[in-house]
Design a protein around this ligand. Structure first.
Ligand code: FPP
Length: 224
């Protein structure tokens, strides 16, 4: 059976879920946060060490201001209310992406990372204002600036995920089959699962089903 260390998730479908339930897109985001909490608990139960969640892409700034503000408020309140709890559960929080938010949110993100830095049970990588193309261009620029040989090993050192193993699994909910500028380098050999359900409807049972399927896949990594 394949070992499972790292699950990455594109949590798609919140907006559609909100509209489907005769409410707003933001209502969907709030429901999506409940699923985040559920999947954190399920990851611990499955002894997963790294969980990477795509919460806000560099492209998501193009959304209406009201929605962007709502998402960051949701995140702020989540951290204010839950970071102690995450810390008690031995969970480490790491942000990947560029932290150029409000002063208040940047401070909160930094203090949450600092507080949980030494925790070992599960590392949650929250991708915020993250874009894989930007990350790669930046890595190449740094390689050149530091006069390093351009090879895989050196490039990795300049990625935001430098201390994190590549994802074993990528899950994208919401019945859409694309990568949306997420971890393009890191997903080179990941097993990809596209899930029809919208993120707020994604359950622990659905998650466990994917994990079970993954564990039985013959992973070749290019060999036969
Ligand atoms: C994609 O669905 C989802 C997002 C861009 C935001 C993800 C946010 C959450 C799951 C809740 C907040 C999380 C934290 C950690 C505070 P979409 O809005 O693109 O859905 P659509 O495809 O139906 O429009």
């Amino acid at each position: 059976m394949n070992p499972l260390n790292h699950v990455a998730i594109i949590m798609d479908g919140n907006g559609r879920w909100g509209i489907k339930h005769k409410n707003s897109r933001n209502f969907g985001h709030r429901a999506g946060l409940k699923t985040v909490e559920k999947i954190i608990r399920a990851s611990i139960r499955n002894k997963i060490k790294f969980l990477t969640l795509y919460a806000f892409s560099t492209e998501n700034w193009k959304r209406p201001k009201k929605e962007v503000n709502y998402l960051f408020n949701l995140l702020e309140n989540f951290l204010i209310n839950k970071i102690d709890d995450l810390h008690k559960q031995n969970i480490k929080l790491k942000i990947i992406g560029v932290k150029n938010f409000s002063k208040k949110l940047n401070k909160l993100l930094n203090s949450s990372e600092k507080k949980t830095y030494k925790n070992k049970k599960l590392q949650i990588n929250l991708a915020l204002n993250y874009g894989s193309k930007f990350e790669l261009i930046n890595a190449f620029k740094n390689l050149l600036k530091n006069k390093k040989v351009i090879n895989e090993k050196n490039l990795r050192k300049y990625l935001q995920t430098k201390d994190i193993p590549d994802p074993d699994i990528l899950i994208r909910t919401g019945n859409t089959k694309r990568l949306s500028n997420f971890l393009l380098w890191q997903l080179a050999y990941s097993e990809i699962f596209f899930e029809k359900k919208l993120w707020p409807d994604f359950s622990e049972k659905d998650y466990n089903k994917i994990i079970k399927k993954y564990k039985l896949i013959k992973r070749n990594f290019g060999k036969v």
